[in-house]
Design a protein around this ligand. Structure first.
Ligand code: NAX
Ligand code: K
Length: 526
């Protein structure tokens, strides 16, 4: 599913009327109608006319931009359908947008009750409150007058128990970054237009959107954003498209030969988890290379399907016999590891997956130009200081922070844009393991994971993900498809487990459910 940023939405707003001779008003009409449909989907609004609900109404709080104008359209349609509505204007209507002015006129002509916020004090009769104060047109942080209104809504909903619906995005949410301004209200529902807004999928924005419903705009906006950077959700629909049936004649020789290099005296479990996950994900042959000192322990503990060998000074022969090499889980942070990673980087020409300590060993590999971010010059945002061959890199935020030499907080605020810049500049597939995880591709496409749960916050989950992604590569999937499918399968498996046990399930449990997830994906297509 497509994801739109604030800039995309503003671009659509500007380009669709020009390119197709479709007035913005039509998009707005569809948006308002979509909001009405969503309300009907959740409430029997005609009950408002029955005796026991006498005097009750749907309350629209409208700002004076096009977000408020969407609310006016919805109010007009509901009125025509016999649903009692009241519109309360917040701000100076004389300074409203052109479309706001014309929608307001239409509402008034229909006899809709329109009043100003300072005169309104009838919260007890509101059954639903629809917030159209500000949407993608938010500038800077919320003004104090808007914060006060949002605060009033919050107090009143505690007292009277009505649901709060946001139009497009909750007021105060940055539709691109997911950052929220002081005073932003956590809504029960958000009806967003055209496609999911990126800010509703990123934290803390994800916490304030409530149930998000996408209302179509009814115009061909997808064609208009072909040349812009694309962002999609990782979800069941995408995973079903990517997964392939195995041919009936597939044997271990065609399902890949995978090498995982990892482990150290203090971290024996990490390579075991990665290796076992690879087997459960269908890799034909899986070999672990671990330090000689722990080879025996690993052999004794791992499932017999995984072969175990030892790391040597020259890994080139071991690597060359494989069709994918993953390096990093549990290797430790010694100088020998740096030498080992460097030698794999220079001698190994197989598809590579770099994880955990292998990423740490690389040190800083690029420089962020924060001034470019301020000036909006995306091309200057990130520059490479150390080249990496085409590969999959799977850092968590701490590891990514070291790679690009920026604090985690900064990364969280600029999450998608910096992941995109990194993948493009290094020409790698980046799996950034945050909440939510992202996959960024060399062509600038970014996928945002929409599934998974907090039970996944356990040591060893990342090792399992490395095993899954590597196993998909070994079976012939491209690096990018393996990364996207890997993230899906990993999270979905954890979601199956969390149905019975919200947390406390283990990375090994996740591995054991991979087959069930793959079965679901294949089964749904039959
Ligand atoms: N992009 C599109 O294609 C479409 C957009 N539509 C709607 O249009 C909206 C965007 O409309 P606009 O660009 O007019 O902008 P908005 O209406 O989202 O925001 C502008 C209004 O918010 C106020 N405002 C701005 N910053 C503020 C702040 N920091 N604190 C308090 N108030 C602030 C302004 O004074 C103005 O009244 C979308 O969110 C969506 O609801 C829909 O009509 C459908 C089509
Ligand atoms: K809003």
């Amino acid at each position: 599913m497509h994801i739109l940023t604030r800039e995309d939405a503003q671009y659509i707003d500007h380009i669709v009327p020009t390119a197709f001779d479709i007035p913005l008003e039509l998009l707005m009409e569809n948006a308002g109608r979509g909001l009405v449909d969503a309300l009907w989907g959740n409430y029997n609004l005609l009950q408002l006319d029955e005796n026991n609900m006498q005097g009750r109404f749907v309350l629209f709080l409208c700002g004076c931009g096009n977000n408020g104008a969407d609310g006016l359209v919805a109010a007009r349609h509901l009125m025509e359908q016999g649903v009692p509505v009241r519109v309360v204007l917040c701000g100076n209507p004389d300074k409203g947008s052109t479309l706001f002015q014309s929608q307001l006129k239409r509402c008034k002509v229909m006899g809709c009750s329109v009043e100003v916020y300072d005169d309104f004090n009838d919260w007890s009769q509101a059954v639903v409150v629809v917030e159209g104060l500000v949407g993608t047109g938010l500038e800077g942080v919320l003004r104090s007058s808007t914060i006060e209104i949002l605060h009033d809504i919050d107090i009143m909903r505690t007292q009277y128990g009505f649901d709060v619906w946001a139009i497009d995005v909750p007021a105060g949410l940055d539709a691109t970054t997911g950052q929220i301004s002081e005073g932003t209200l956590a809504c029960d529902y958000t009806v967003t237009f055209g496609a999911m807004k990126q800010g509703l999928l990123l934290y803390p924005g994800k916490n304030v959107g409530g149930v998000c419903i996408v209302a179509p705009l009814g115009v061909p906006w997808q064609q208009m954003i072909e040349d812009r950077y694309k962002t999609f959700t990782i979800d069941n629909e995408l995973a079903e498209l990517l997964i392939e049936y195995r041919s009936d004649t597939a044997h271990k020789g065609v399902n890949g030969n995978l090498l995982i290099i990892g482990g150290s005296q203090d971290m024996v479990g990490a390579p075991i988890l990665a290796g076992e996950a690879a087997v459960h994900s269908g890799a034909g042959k899986t070999t672990l290379a671990v330090p000689e000192k722990i080879q025996k322990i690993v052999q004794d503990r791992i499932i017999p399907e995984v072969m175990v060998t030892s790391i040597t000074d020259d890994m080139s022969d071991l690597c060359h016999q494989r069709n994918v090499v993953a390096i990093g889980p549990g290797l430790g942070r010694t100088d020998e590891v740096k030498t080992l990673v460097q030698s794999v980087l220079t001698t190994c020409d197989n598809p590579l997956v770099f994880d955990a300590d292998a990423l740490y060993a690389m040190g800083h590999i690029g420089i962020v130009n924060t001034d470019a971010l301020m000036s909006g010059d995306f091309n200057e945002l990130y520059s490479v200081s150390k080249s990496i061959p085409l590969c999959v890199m799977t850092p968590h935020l701490g590891e990514f922070s070291r790679l690009i030499d920026m604090p985690v907080k900064w990364i969280e605020h600029n999450y998608v844009i910096v992941a995109r810049a990194f993948a493009m500049a290094h020409n790698v597939v980046l799996v950034l393991k945050g909440i939510p995880s992202l996959v960024a591709l060399p062509d600038g496409t970014v996928y945002i994971n929409t599934i998974g749960n907090s039970g996944m916050g356990t040591g060893g989950m990342g090792d399992v993900l490395t095993g899954i992604i590597s196993a998909f590569i070994s079976q012939g999937y491209s690096l990018q498809d393996s990364a996207v499918l890997g993230v899906y399968v990993h999270s979905r498996s954890a979601d199956l487990l969390s149905d019975n046990k919200p947390w406390g399930y283990t990375p090994s449990d996740v591995s054991l459910h991979i087959g069930q997830v793959i079965g679901e994906l294949l089964g749904e297509r039959k």
